[in-house]
Design a protein around this ligand. Structure first.
Ligand code: MOS
Length: 746
């Protein structure tokens, strides 16, 4: 099926068994908490594994002048030491202009060049992980370092306009921004900076690779199985049919597992050479440089409005970095194209090539940091206008997408703001900062909008009903902790009228029908729609077997009934069972309607009068994101993402050492993400919404929505609490202290 028209009323709308929307526990929950869900590194398959350990570069740019592996080779248990001198031939890096950046060839140890700190310069394989790690320290590398460029601020002069990314143009211009801004009665012109961030998933990247009959099986932690398969195939210059990627359980993706990395390629090459499985995990420290990160950003936002608060001009410009050999940019201005009305508009992205590891998608690339800036700018404008920040947003609500000129599929930002205000007690907020105290704490409230683009990607699915009436679903789809296993089980069970226990959800294997995987918050919508189509085909087959028109058939309690006939799915499947395949493709709906999910964040923080310490006191997100498949799963996604937002606003900061091109706080002790003590009551609530323009399930992506704007609400609450506006994230106490001192007169 293709989304060329609004989805008609269907079995998901009917929801006869009531499974859709129900807050059902994770179907894989028991396996996970009992340790029976093997993550990549725990997989034992293909024989006894040897263990790999990566030796990473300690310079940011230059060449390996000499590498001495003799001591490592003599070390106990060592089976192989691979360097650029003896690594198998691989494809060149890239190409850069490929439509799928995650399917690019990424050779390892391909030459003596060092392009960033932490790049692999050698790979040691031994009988045990301890032996491999010990021997890795014996590899002696002499570098010929070269001059580096590492700092965004210092090299802004070299900023270039990068090519469009993920199908979105780099810049946009509507009307005459400059003239309108110059003429505006009230203006904001603010500059914001956000730091380097890393994904900080719980599960480190790990691979087990082995070969059999010329085909490599790779268990690794990958969000996108098909892209990973293509990346391995093109790197090793073999057919994709000779590569099988398996990722059954993934301990957090967050964008950091959209690409695959050298642990995969090196394990695959070494395994072929040694004729046995090779298992390699990255250390947490290695992850900071060997995998991707979010670029730091510089953002300038200009808002021009009349005294009535109606925006006449809006501009959002973002500067970020890419690795010198790459072309990624942090698309932080993107949401500004559709969030607020204004006749004159400008959004740009500029990128500076630096000698740093690859910057890439990280936890809502673009919006996560873009909205920390934009939603603070709106707050600044509200203060200048003396208009409540919610009211200001209501006054700038567009009737249609202001840049695309098409209607929104559904858009309920207004409902989210209003419902949130009621639930949060917004009326109690005092507009004047530093007006509320609680002991030695100033207390403030902040609000921000949330929005994230909704996507539908091509996806396929196979469903097979056996003689016992059990349905097996197969998709090359992943569950990165989002609840895919669970929501797809709900969809399949509801479509076929089966209890949840009679559905076996098999995901995580590239041999299964193609899906786009998990990324860009498109997973549930895309793979779920492919599944919907497969179930629709199977329903038709079952109705035909029963001899009734499918439109008149009902599927409930493991039976198909209609026209005074009824039979069980098991009987109808027959001795050999019954299969169906399905497929979804995006269509004209994606162009005829502007599709986003929306929300509103409310935060209350305390700022300590003596120390400047910021403490989140409570937080609420209200979202309108289409139909919700599972209220528990969706709330878990939303609150998790809101906590990312808190981390982004208050803690996260990968600190670059500009002498060496490395992040110095490269572990989870030094790189702060919120811990339990930082997070009090964080709640998420979903408004009723059904969007028939998006996909047959009428859902929207929720994975990353919760972080979009969350940090902005926290920042606005900090300002409301103490009157100090910090535009340089994260908002740490040192940046508040001078202002706090001024207020207390101490
Ligand atoms: Mo998400 S950063 O698109 O995996």
């Amino acid at each position: 099926m293709q989304m060329n028209a609004p989805a008609p009323r269907n079995a998901i709308d009917e929801n006869r068994q009531g499974l859709i929307g129900k807050p059902i526990d994770r179907v894989d929950g028991r396996l996970k908490v009992t340790g029976k869900a093997p993550y990549s590194h725990e997989v034992q398959e293909g024989g006894p594994a040897a263990y790999g350990f990566i030796v990473d570069a300690t310079i940011a740019r230059g060449a390996v002048a000499a590498i001495d592996t003799a001591a490592a080779e003599r070390a106990p248990g060592v089976l192989l030491v691979m360097t650029h001198k003896n690594a198998p031939r691989q494809a060149q890096w890239g190409p850069l202009d490929t439509p799928d950046r995650y399917a690019r060839a990424s050779p390892q140890l391909g030459s003596d060049r060092v392009e960033h700190y932490g790049q692999a310069v050698a790979f040691v394989v031994a009988q045990t992980v301890e032996q491999a790690r010990a021997a890795a320290r014996l590899v002696n590398v002499r570098y010929a370092p070269e001059a580096t460029e590492l700092e965004l601020e210092r090299h802004l002069g070299q900023a270039e306009k990068p090519p469009e990314q993920f199908g979105q143009k780099t810049d946009s211009y509507v009307g005459d921004f400059d003239a309108a801004f110059a003429a505006a009665a009230v203006k904001v012109d603010s500059r914001y900076t956000t730091p380097f961030e890393v994904h900080a998933q719980m599960e480190p990247h790990a691979t087990v690779a082995y070969w059999k009959d010329g085909k490599v099986t790779i268990h690794c932690s990958a969000q996108l199985l098909k892209s990973a398969q293509k990346a391995v195939a093109s790197t090793l210059q073999i057919s994709p049919s000779k590569v099988r990627i398996v990722s059954r359980y993934i301990g957090g993706g967050f964008g950091g597992k959209l690409p695959i990395y050298g642990d995969v390629m090196l394990s695959a090459m070494a395994s072929r050479q040694l004729g046995r499985p090779v298992k390699t995990a990255l250390t947490r420290q290695q992850m900071f440089h060997f995998t991707t990160h979010r670029s730091n950003t510089i953002q300038r936002i200009r808002l021009g409005a009349g005294a009535d608060g109606v925006l006449t001009a809006i501009a959002h410009e973002t500067w970020s970095h890419s690795a010198r050999f790459d072309n990624f940019f942090e698309n932080a201005s993107m949401q500004t194209r559709s969030l607020y009305a204004a006749p004159n508009r400008l959004t740009t992205h500029r990128s500076v090539k630096l000698d740093l590891p690859i910057s890439d998608s990280t936890r809502a690339p673009g919006e996560a940091v873009g909205m920390m800036a934009l939603e603070q700018a709106i707050d600044e404008l509200a203060e200048k206008l003396a208009i409540d920040p919610i009211e200001l947003r209501l006054r700038n609500e567009p009737a249609k997408d202001p840049e695309l000129g098409v209607p929104y599929s559904t858009r309920n930002l207004v409902g989210c703001l209003q419902e949130g205000a009621k639930r949060f007690g917004w009326a109690a907020r005092k507009a004047k900062p530093a007006s509320t105290t609680d002991g030695r704490w100033w207390v403030g409230m902040g609000v921000a909008a949330a929005t994230r683009g909704n996507l539908l990607m091509p996806s396929k699915c196979l469903v097979a009903l056996d003689r016992n009436g059990t349905l097996t679903v197969r998709m090359a789809m992943t569950d990165i902790g989002t609840g895919s296993y669970t929501v797809f089980t709900q969809v399949a069970a509801e479509m076929l009228g089966l209890p949840m226990e009679r559905v076996r959800m098999e995901l995580g294997d590239s041999e299964f029908p193609d899906t786009p995987g998990s990324g860009g918050s498109f997973g549930a919508a895309s793979a779920g729609s492919g599944l919907f189509d497969a179930c629709t085909q199977l329903r038709a087959k079952l109705a035909r077997r029963l001899g009734v028109d499918v439109a008149a058939a009902s599927f409930e309690g493991g039976r198909v009934s209609g026209a005074s006939r009824s039979d069980s799915l098991a009987a109808l499947a027959g001795a050999v069972g019954l299969e169906a395949t399905g497929e979804v493709k995006p269509g004209t709906m994606a162009k005829q309607y502007s599709q986003q999910a929306y929300g509103a964040h409310f935060a209350e923080v305390g700022v300590n009068m003596d120390s400047g310490e910021v403490k989140l006191r409570r937080m609420l997100g209200v979202f309108a994101a289409g139909r919700i498949l599972n209220d528990k799963m969706a709330r878990s996604q939303a609150t998790g993402a809101m906590i990312w937002g808190v981390g982004s606003a208050l803690f996260e900061d990968a600190v670059l050492d500009p002498r060496f091109g490395c992040f110095v706080n490269n572990d989870l002790a030094g790189y702060h993400v919120p811990c339990h003590a930082d997070i009090p009551a964080v709640e998420a609530h979903f408004l009723q919404e059904v969007d028939d323009k998006t996909n047959p399930l009428k859902i929207k992506g929720v994975g990353e929505l919760g972080v979009c704007g969350a940090g902005g609400a926290v920042a606005n609450a900090v300002y409301n609490a103490c009157g100090v506006r910090v535009r340089d994230f994260p908002i740490t106490l040192d940046k508040l202290l001078s202002g706090v001192g001024r207020l207390t007169g101490e």
